[in-house]
Every structure is written in structure tokens, then in C-alpha cells.
Design a protein around this ligand. Structure first.
Ligand code: GDP
Length: 452
């Protein structure tokens, strides 16, 4: 993704600055100009870049920094904070609660990936034990209902729509009412995609919103729309109460800077990103790891310090070696899960990995997470050594899956879930490939960009 280029440019600018013998106003200005250029090229809005530049200059007052201060570190931290600020609107979005009905309305331009994202969002929650349902209130685009129906059927999610009814408000209300009666806890309303000039369609969106009274309106934005992101997001925000943003197609050649603009325009946080066409190519969005990645600090700036802090020195080389190889076997997952359960030092480290913590062990659900990890370990006990040591997902064919299910006394679905989890973690892990570990306390120095 093009974000990798942005990350590369920013970390190069920081590197150049640290190569300078003395960091004075001139060196700092050059560095900030370089970073601003990179952000502009990545489609971050001009005003935001300019504000960021002046904020950093104000914060980093070189005259006041006594000799001996690590100026580079202070500057990098200021840049990090500013970028986080850009992505953090200061208030969290509405969070639906499992078991309590919430209506979530999706809006966005046609082609942004809205319908796909509705299903991904439903599927994501369904896997976590929610009871989602999909309502197709898009009567504008021919085939919209078929598409939603197809996606929903594949994911076994109940859906509602009509081939004949042309009033989207009526369909939306009927769908929401029906699923409320069926005690669904997440009712997702897909609306028609529209262009910001089309006032009539905007009006329709407003009416759907008024009639269904959504708890949250999610604006879906294609990450490749570039500088248009700000205006587009703002136009939506002016019509309906957008409360969160999902940025799609982050796997493509997108200049992800548009995400920053969308946050600024809607004053709403990015909550997920879409990273592919498949149902499970959908990730929770976390501001800090994202910015760390942009700055070439890796997803795991704190993670590295944690390794040095808690892993006994004699165990560090082995762990770091495994990290830098980037290949993640089921055995490695097995070992790490055991560490997490024991919360030994390595378990603590792994619980800091974004993928582990946000997805596998969400806050407030520690008991369920532990039970899940125990289940996984139990199923892995029924695996052969060859299976545990393989990095080839194709090895796990149907008969092996059936055997593991039988051996562990778990349903096949659980075994499949475990493999999905494995694939997800392997993907995160693979980003660590080629990693050079900074010495204790050093901020940067990850030799490769881990967001490539
Ligand atoms: P809508 O018109 O906004 O409802 O958009 P669709 O859901 O029909 O998506 C438009 C196209 O984008 C489809 O071909 C999707 O498969 C594709 N798409 C959606 N999200 C993503 C994503 O995160 N990554 C990639 N590569 N493609 C996506």
C-alpha cells in the first residue's frame, strides 16, 4: 500500500535529521518540510498539515532544550502525538452492546465498498457471538439487494429487502422492526450510495435516518479517493449524524492519508479498515499502532521496549530470531498461548501485540478470552507434530480437520475458527520479518518498513 511509501518518507526525514551533528532550527524545518510534503502527497489535507507543522514547532522549542536532551526523540514523539491527534477526534464512537438492540446505518458513495463492509461488520460481530441482521435500503442501484442477499447468505446472516418496493424508508423501517422483534442485537441498514451533488439522494438518506433512528451512522470511505476525502466526508456529515468511519481498500494502492481527512471532516474516529474483498479481511483500527507504522517505528514501538523490559536476557535472542524469521507455525501459536495463560514474561509481551490484544483478548472479556485460548490449546493437543510445525495452511484439509474435531471432542466449526485465528496471527507475525530490534530505549531503527 502507498502508506508504506509515506511511512518510508517520514522515517527517512527523521533519519536525515538524526544524521545531522547539531539539530538546529534549520535542520528541524527541513525535516518538517519533508514530512509535510510526504503527508500532502499521501492526500492529507493541506490545512491539517500546516497546523501540524506549526504545532510541532511550538512544542519543540529547541532553545529551551538543554544539552543532553535527545532532541531527535523529542521531535519524533511530537510528530507521533500530532499525527495521533489528527486521527483521534477526542471522543469515542457509540459502541453497541451485545444482547442489546442497536441500529447501525451505513452511508457512503456508491462503489466505496459499503455493502461489502456491512457484511464484514456483521460477520465480525457474529463470530463474537452477536446476533446481527442486514437490511438493504438501497433501492437506487439495481442489483444492490441481490448483492447483499448473496453476501448475507454466505455468512449465514439474516437479511431483509425487496425487489419490488421502491421506497427505501419503508423497507428500512420494516426491516428494522422485524429484526427488533427477532431480538437481533445488531441491525445493520445498508443505504444507497450517492454522489455528494445529488441532493435528492441525500434527502433520502436523511429520511431513512429519521425513520430508523440509528444508534450509530458509519461513513464508509474508499481509501483511494485522495484529496476529495475531506469534502466528501463533510458532505455526508452535514446530512446525517456520522459517528464513525470505516476506510476500505487499504490493501490496494491507496494513499491512506484520506483517512486522516475523513476523521477531521466528520470529527469521528476510524473504527475499522477493510483490507481485501473477503469477508474476514477487516481489522479493528487502532490509532497508535497505525501512526507508529507511518513513522517507521513498527506497529510495536512499546512492544520492543517491553521485550527488553520483561523477557529474561537469555530468552531474548530466541524470541527475536523467531520474530525476524516471520514464519508462524501452529506450534509457535501453541507455545505463545500457553505463555499468555501463565502470563509469564513472554505472555505479557504477546498480549501487547495489537492483533493479540484487540481481537483475541478484548478488554472486559478476559474470562471468555482465556476459555477460548484453552479451547485452542486443547484442539492443538490433537494435532500431529507435522501439523504443528507446518507453515503451509493447505496441509489442513478436511480429513485432518475432522480428525482434530473428533480427537478433541469439539465441533468442526471450532477447529475452523482456530485455523482462522492462526491465519490472522500468522499475517500479523509475517510483518515482523526482517525486523532489526532496537537497543533498549531506542525509538526507531526498525530496518525495514513493517507496513509494506
Ligand atoms: P458499494 O457500492 O459501496 O456498496 O460497494 P461494494 O460493496 O459493492 O464494493 C465495491 C467493490 O469494492 C467490490 O468489488 C468489492 O469487492 C470491493 N471492496 C470492498 N471493500 C474492499 C476492500 O477492503 N479491499 C478491496 N480490495 N476491495 C474491496
Amino acid at each position: 500500500m502507498v502508506l508504506a511509501q509515506l511511512g518510508g518518507s517520514i522515517s527517512r526525514a527523521l533519519q536525515q535529521m538524526s544524521n545531522a551533528t547539531i539539530i538546529d532550527e534549520k535542520v528541524l524545518s527541513e525535516c518538517l518540510n519533508e514530512i509535510s510534503r510526504a503527508l500532502l502527497q499521501a492526500d492529507v489535507q493541506f490545512k491539517m498539515v500546516r497546523d501540524m507543522q506549526s504545532n510541532i514547532k511550538r512544542i519543540v522549542n529547541l532553545d529551551d532544550l538543554a544539552a543532553g536532551h535527545n532532541k531527535r526523540r523529542i521531535i519524533q514523539q511530537a510528530i507521533f502525538n500530532e499525527l495521533c491527534k489528527m486521527l483521534d477526534p477526542g471522543k469515542p464512537s457509540f459502541t453497541p452492546k451485545k444482547g442489546k438492540t442497536s441500529v447501525i446505518m451505513f452511508v457512503g458513495l456508491q462503489g466505496s465498498g459499503k455493502t461489502t463492509t456491512c457484511t464484514k461488520y456483521a460477520y465480525y460481530h457474529q463470530k463474537k457471538g452477536w446476533k446481527p441482521a442486514l437490511v438493504c435500503a438501497d433501492t437506487f442501484r439495481a442489483g444492490a439487494f441481490d448483492q447483499l442477499k448473496q453476501n448475507a447468505t454466505k455468512a449465514k446472516i439474516p437479511f431483509y429487502g425487496s425487489y419490488t418496493e421502491s421506497d427505501p424508508v419503508k423497507i428500512a423501517v420494516e426491516g428494522v422492526d422485524r429484526f427488533k422483534q427477532e431480538n437481533c442485537d445488531l441491525i445493520i441498514v445498508d443505504t444507497s450510495g450517492r454522489h455528494k451533488q445529488e441532493a435528492a439522494l441525500f434527502e433520502e438518506m436523511r429520511q431513512v435516518s429519521e425513520a430508523t433512528k440509528p444508534d450509530l451512522v458509519i461513513f464508509v470511505m474508499d481509501s483511494s479517493i485522495g484529496q476529495a476525502a475531506f469534502d466528501q466526508a463533510q458532505a455526508f456529515k452535514q446530512s446525517v449524524a456520522v459517528g464513525a468511519v470505516i476506510v476500505t481498500k487499504m490493501d490496494g494502492h491507496a494513499k491512506g492519508g484520506g483517512a486522516l481527512s475523513a476523521v477531521a471532516a466528520t470529527k469521528s474516529p476510524v473504527i475499522f479498515i477493510g483490507t481485501g474483498e473477503h469477508m474476514d479481511e477487516f481489522e479493528v483500527f487502532d490509532v497508535k499502532p497505525f501512526v507508529s507504522r507511518l513513522l517507521g517505528m513498527g506497529d510495536w514501538s512499546g512492544f520492543m521496549d517491553k521485550i527488553h523490559e520483561v523477557v529474561p536476557t537469555d530468552q531474548q535472542p530466541e524470541l527475536l530470531q523467531k520474530l525476524s524469521e516471520g514464519s508462524f507455525t501452529l506450534r509457535l501459536m501453541y507455545e505463545q498461548f500457553q505463555n499468555i495463560l501463565k502470563m509469564g514474561p513472554i505472555g505479557q509481551v504477546f498480549s501487547m501485540l495489537p492483533g493479540f490484544s484487540a481481537e483475541l483478548m478484548p478488554k472486559g472479556h478476559e474470562k471468555e478470552s482465556q476459555a477460548k485460548i484453552k479451547r485452542y490449546i486443547h484442539m492443538m493437543d490433537s494435532m500431529t507434530n507435522a501439523e504443528l510445525d507446518s507453515t503451509n495452511p493447505k496441509l489442513m484439509n478436511e480429513s485432518r480437520i475432522m480428525r482434530i474435531a473428533r480427537g478433541s471432542g469439539r465441533p468442526v466449526r471450532d477447529v475452523m475458527d482456530m485455523f482462522e485465528e492462526y491465519k490472522r496471527l500468522a499475517k500479523i507475525w509475517s510483518k515482523m520479518k526482517g525486523l532489526k530490534i532496537p537497543k533498549k530505549g531506542e525509538m526507531s531503527a526498525l530496518s525495514r518498513n513493517m507496513n509494506a
